[in-house]
Write a protein that binds this ligand. Structure first.
Ligand code: HEC
Ligand code: HEC
Ligand code: HEC
Ligand code: HEC
Ligand code: HEC
Length: 179
């Protein structure tokens, strides 16, 4: 009898530990792994070969909360004629002809109870530290210009946000990020 109870407790303990481990693994896997996109859009080529700047496509970084994903018309301004033999570009052209928006999956996701705005960050570092918007992205997104598929490389946890706020004398009041 006593043995069985002990066994049950032990099993309970181990399954709890297992759930915790799996939970952590799922989270880790979630943001470290490569997201699946409807079209594999290679940042590395567009930045390093074609020579576009981040802000050519993400044009709201210094204007609003969201950086913005470029509309298809932006892509088609080149891809009516550029690289039309590539499977990815043919997929793009199909979406364009069907007037169907490309269902990109969002890579970075803060929980809904956290407030974040690109504009304030971009403006602050430009004005107070002389860092141009295109040189700031890597602080929070890593080296996107070297990525074939963008993935999240920073944890985006509260501790991560707060430690940069401390380093730069920005507010760490709860209300700043939780309105
Ligand atoms: C030709 C246009 C273009 C250029 C130039 C460009 N991007 Fe993008 N970016 C996109 C598109 C389209 C997506 C959505 C597809 C994806 O996530 O792979 C995207 C996605 C992203 C994401 C992920 C957004 C999310 O869902 O969380 C980040 C971060 C990003 N870009 C940063 C950058 C940075 C930094 C640069 C400059 C080094 C840059 N981009 C240059 C078009 C562009
Ligand atoms: C201080 C950190 C920080 C900086 C600097 C930053 N980002 Fe972001 N970015 C984030 C966070 C956090 C998210 C997720 C926001 C959310 O889930 O609401 C995000 C989301 C995005 C997205 C997808 C959603 C959107 O807002 O449109 C794109 C695209 C993006 N960033 C591009 C850029 C580019 C390009 C730069 C450089 C000009 C840049 N970011 C600079 C933290 C940052
Ligand atoms: C300024 C012109 C320009 C813009 C804007 C542009 N591209 Fe491209 N893209 C190119 C060129 C040039 C190549 C061929 C690069 C190479 O491989 O040398 C290319 C390559 C590609 C490829 C093929 C990659 C491969 O090797 O298979 C895809 C897919 C693609 N672009 C998608 C997009 C999407 C989606 C957008 C809009 C978000 C976009 N492009 C915007 C010029 C552009
Ligand atoms: C690279 C350093 C850095 C990182 C990382 C960072 N911040 Fe900030 N943040 C700042 C600085 C500096 C300011 C002060 C800006 C000012 O005073 O104009 C600021 C200001 C803010 C503000 C107040 C401005 C506004 O728009 O109301 C919010 C909200 C904010 N950050 C949220 C976040 C969140 C959420 C994260 C994490 C997901 C984050 N920040 C990550 C440096 C950073
Ligand atoms: C600079 C931005 C920032 C500040 C300041 C901040 N938080 Fe957060 N907080 C976040 C982000 C981002 C998350 C979501 C990611 C995470 O859970 O780490 C979060 C998550 C949380 C959560 C949910 C944790 C969970 O496990 O789901 C609580 C509770 C919380 N914050 C409370 C606070 C309190 C209390 C303060 C003030 C002492 C505070 N926060 C200040 C950015 C911030």
């Amino acid at each position: 009898m006593i043995k069985r109870v002990g066994g049950a407790v032990l099993t309970g303990y181990f399954s709890l530990a297992l759930v915790a481990t799996l939970g952590l693994k799922a989270y880790w896997h979630d943001y470290k792994s490569k997201p699946v996109q409807p079209i594999e859009f290679p940042h590395v080529k567009h930045v390093q070969v074609v020579g576009l700047k981040c802000t050519d496509c993400h044009q709201y970084v210094d204007k609003g909360k969201h950086a913005g994903i470029p509309p298809m018309s932006k892509c088609m301004s080149c891809h009516e004629s550029a690289a039309t033999d590539r499977p990815g570009v043919q997929k793009l052209t199909k979406y364009w002809k069907n007037e169907a928006p490309i269902p990109w999956s969002k890579v970075h996701n803060l929980p809904p109870f956290v407030y974040f705005s690109h504009k304030r960050h971009v403006k602050f570092f430009q004005t107070n530290r002389g860092i141009q918007p295109n040189d700031l992205c890597k602080e929070c997104h890593g080296q996107v210009k070297e990525m074939t598929t963008v993935r999240q490389v920073r944890s985006l946890t509260m501790g991560w946000c707060v430690s940069c706020h401390r380093q730069n004398g920005a507010s760490v009041d709860c209300y700043t990020c939780h309105k």
